[in-house]
Design a protein around this ligand. Structure first.
Ligand SMILES: C[S@@+](CC[C@H](N)C(=O)[O-])C[C@H]1O[C@@H](n2cnc3c(N)ncnc32)[C@H](O)[C@@H]1O
Ligand code: SF4
Length: 382
């Protein structure tokens, strides 16, 4: 809701240490004080938090008014890794709990403290600027630390992205569970390619991998419907050694049978990689083992499995200039809690920087930028 709407509803809007806060006044718990021409509120009540209905984590609404920049974080917003592909991350949080998940997503995550949801108009506004900088032939890839189809404004977002001059491909990474016939027919108008994560066709194995009672039939039906739609389909299993070794061949056969990959490769087999803050499994394959096996299957099935960026029309492009650099000292306001426990997000020069500290949202901090990886910034308080 806009601030005006809160005021019209009769709620009071207060300026609290420079942050606009909306509170429904409950006299017993709040006391008003006046300083100069500003009203401040002292609240003795618990702060109100919006929670993600699946993960039950704090959900931060990233709007233009929130002062949270959309560049600089790997959790939400936009990522430019120096190619014609821009990653768009509208939401965090997931309906699955994959045992291999690189971002430790879903309920009962041990590492994730906060979820984010981005206002679609804000996302489109900043994306337009990035696409304009990149030039023609841009791929917008909707992905995220979580399941993108949980985003309630997806159709609106895609419709607006499809109108941006310079965007030639819209692709989406999804676990496909939330799709159905009507969703697919709505999304096929905008989505050029769905990358569907499907790691087993066996219900028990898929359930073990996803951490839920996995609806195999629903996902395979969705895969067929995508393959028969205007959109292209790429099936992207994660090969988890010791668990789905026998399933990968069955998935290759399934992808070929339903004619996945009209314009792009039909399969994008991924090797399980243990990530620092992801879920760890004991058995890990070497890259040699992985590629040797893919090469064998390529011969056996006559299908391309070792993929290169060129297979997706990707090329190198200048990066959007970074207004802050590694080693520099800055100070800024904490605009939100960070994605991981103990992290905070600071805004500086239209970028968000992740730092570790125990100060609160609204406080100012001085910090040094310690890392800049593809425009994703980390800092250390000094
Ligand atoms: C983090 S998920 C987010 C999008 C969506 N939830 C999904 O699963 O498609 C992005 C992709 O990374 C894959 N993935 C997750 N954890 C991985 C890991 N540890 N190693 C390799 N790939 C992984 C997923 O299977 C998926 O294809
Ligand atoms: S891999 Fe994707 S579907 Fe599985 S838990 Fe992680 S974000 Fe969710």
């Amino acid at each position: 809701m806009m601030l005006k709407e809160y005021e019209e509803r009769g709620d009071k809007v207060f300026l609290l240490r420079g942050i606009v806060e909306v509170r429904i006044p409950i006299k017993a718990y709040e006391r008003l004080i006046k300083r100069k021409d500003k009203e401040y509120i002292i609240s003795f009540g618990e702060p109100r938090k919006v929670l993600n209905h699946i993960t039950k984590r704090e959900l931060v609404f990233v709007t233009k008014e929130s002062g949270i920049p959309l560049l600089g974080s790997s959790s939400f917003g936009l990522i430019d890794r120096g190619t014609n592909l821009i990653q768009v991350r509208p939401i965090t949080g997931c309906n699955l709990r994959c045992i291999f998940c690189s971002v430790d997503e879903g309920k009962k995550s041990k590492t994730r403290a906060t979820d984010y949801i981005v206002d679609p108009d804000y996302l489109v506004e900043v994306l337009k600027q990035v696409v304009e900088f990149k030039g023609e032939g841009v791929e917008v890839h909707i992905d995220g630390q979580g399941e993108p189809l949980l985003y309630p404004y997806m159709e609106d977002l895609l419709s607006k992205i499809s109108k941006i001059k310079g965007v030639s491909i819209i692709s989406m990474q999804t676990n496909g569970i939330l799709l159905n016939e009507s969703k697919i027919s709505a999304l096929e108008e905008y989505v050029t390619r769905f990358n569907l994560s499907l790691s087993s066709l066996d219900r028990d194995t898929a359930s073990r991998l996803s951490g839920i009672k996995y609806p195999v039939e629903r996902v395979t039906r969705n895969a067929e419907m995508i393959a028969n739609s205007k959109a292209d389909l790429l099936i992207a299993p994660v090969w988890v050694p010791g668990i789905n070794d026998r399933d990968i061949e069955k998935i290759i056969e399934f992808a070929l049978e339903i004619n996945a990959g009209k314009r792009f490769p039909p399969l994008g087999i991924q090797k399980y990689i243990p990530y620092k803050y992801g879920r760890k499994l004991k058995k890990v394959m070497t890259f040699k083992e992985f590629y040797d096996r893919l090469r064998k299957w390529e011969e056996e099935y006559g299908v391309k499995l070792i993929l290169k960026p060129e297979d997706f029309g990707m090329d190198k492009r200048s990066r959007i200039p970074h207004p802050i650099k590694k080693g520099e000292m800055h100070s800024g306001r904490i605009v939100a809690n960070g994605r991981l426990f103990g992290e905070r997000m600071v805004a500086v020069r239209d970028r968000v920087v992740t730092i570790r500290c125990d100060k609160r949202v609204g406080d100012h901090v001085k910090f040094r930028i310690t890392a800049d990886k593809d425009g994703i910034f980390y800092g250390e308080v000094v």
